[in-house]
Design a protein around this ligand. Structure first.
Ligand code: PLP
Length: 387
């Protein structure tokens, strides 16, 4: 059955999810209860990280990560321009300066060769950190990024919002899951409804560093601690102290309950995404005028997005919309947003990402997309291309 309009992404809420939320609503805790810790533990296990900190959205999570890594005014951080605005904004919240590095023309990830050239060209100490993205779900080879980061004394925040469950294969042949904390200092995930796991609003920060974990927890709740070992004074059982200027970036317990329930289906959801990819690839490979996504054999792509490139992207976008297929563009390059242009970035600065933007289109990709719906999408795309 085909139900239109067909969006590019969509959450999947089951009866089991609804019951999980209801039972938490009937419990003693709406926030800061046992579901948060359970969600953190299970999520950390899912991605293979030591610690996980649940937050109210990934934008807050990115801000926490940048804060915990001491980003402040004058610090220059290298960010990919092919991402959602939040990836760079978190640096600006802390007063840091965003310097963009162009993408690879096939993977659309931050181009490590361009990154290396930028680092070599600048005096040592110019940059403090790098913030690449597992864009569309394609896992970054973070072993290579780490080697470079270590050489130049940089930290890494991995924006893994598109990639829970994805992994790359390292030089020893081991599978390194996105956000497992093995190479990046912190990684950030989103539970916005279009992402793999939905909690309404929600996010998670993962790390393998106890020191960063403690800071993330502290900044999540106003910089307040009740830990007796840390208190400067001891007034009694009621007493707490505020040690840093923190925030309220907490997730609620009923959202965590939804997240736990969704996490239970995350692997099956990924498998389903791969079936959808297989059908798209079979339909599009070999068709003149369509460039399907690049897939490295030794990486497991999480396919948040299935992106094709075509000559006449705007024409195809309009044609699909006329046929009630709401394909989407990810994204207009961040350095060309008026806000970032006003900070000195210009059209022409990053030719690869600017060229990519002219041709990219994200086709519908979500686990509840039916075979018939996908067939309809494929037919409409090919119909337009062959016109
Ligand atoms: C969705 C997304 C974010 C922001 O997530 P929110 O949970 O909506 O704050 C950040 N970075 C990337 C790459 C995203 O896709």
């Amino acid at each position: 059955m085909i139900s239109t309009p067909i969006p590019y992404g969509c959450q999947h809420i089951t009866e089991e999810d609804i019951q999980a939320v209801i039972s938490t609503l009937k419990s003693d805790y709406l926030t800061q209860g046992p579901k948060i810790r359970e969600f953190e533990t299970k999520f950390a296990e899912y991605v293979g990280a030591r610690y996980a900190v649940a937050v109210n959205n990934a934008t807050a999570g990115l801000h926490l990560a940048a804060t915990a890594l001491n980003v402040n005014s004058g610090n220059k951080i290298i960010v990919t321009p092919m991402t959602f605005a939040a990836s760079a904004n978190c640096i600006r919240y802390c007063g840091g300066e965003v310097v963009f590095c162009d993408i690879d023309k096939d993977t659309y990830l931050m181009d490590i060769h361009k990154l290396e050239a930028m680092l070599r060209a600048a005096p040592r100490g110019t940059y403090k950190g790098i913030l690449p993205v597992d864009f569309a779900g394609y896992p970054l080879d973070l072993e290579k990024f780490r080697r470079l980061a270590d050489e130049y004394g940089l930290w890494i925040i991995e924006d893994a919002c598109h990639a829970p469950g994805g992994y790359f294969t390292d030089s020893k042949g081991e599978q390194q899951y996105c956000g497992n904390g093995h190479f990046a200092d912190c990684a950030v995930f989103s539970f916005h409804p279009v992402k793999h796991i939905a909690t309404g609003e929600g996010g998670m920060v993962t790390t393998n560093s106890k020191e960063l974990y403690d800071k993330l927890c502290l900044y999540r709740t106003h910089g307040i601690t009740k830990d007796a070992a840390l208190l400067h004074e001891h007034h009694g059982g009621w007493y707490y102290e505020m040690h840093e200027l923190g925030y309220n970036y907490r997730l609620t317990d009923f959202q965590a309950a939804l997240g736990i329930s969704q996490l239970g289906r995350a692997k099956a959801g990924l498998d389903h995404r791969h079936e959808i990819v297989k059908r798209y690839n079979e339909a599009f490979f070999g068709i003149d005028g369509i460039k399907p996504p690049f897939n490295a054999a030794d990486a497991y792509h999480a396919y948040h997005l299935y992106i094709i490139q075509v000559d006449d992207r705007s024409g195809l976008y309009n044609y699909l919309h006329e046929n009630k297929i709401y394909a989407q563009v990810h994204y207009a390059p961040l350095h060309l947003m008026p806000y970032y242009q006003q900070l000195g970035n210009r059209k022409g600065d990053l030719p690869i990402v600017e060229e990519y933007y002219e041709h990219c289109l994200s086709l519908p990709m979500y686990p509840t997309l039916t075979d018939e719906e996908q067939e309809y999408v494929i037919n409409k795309v090919i119909e337009y291309i062959k016109k």
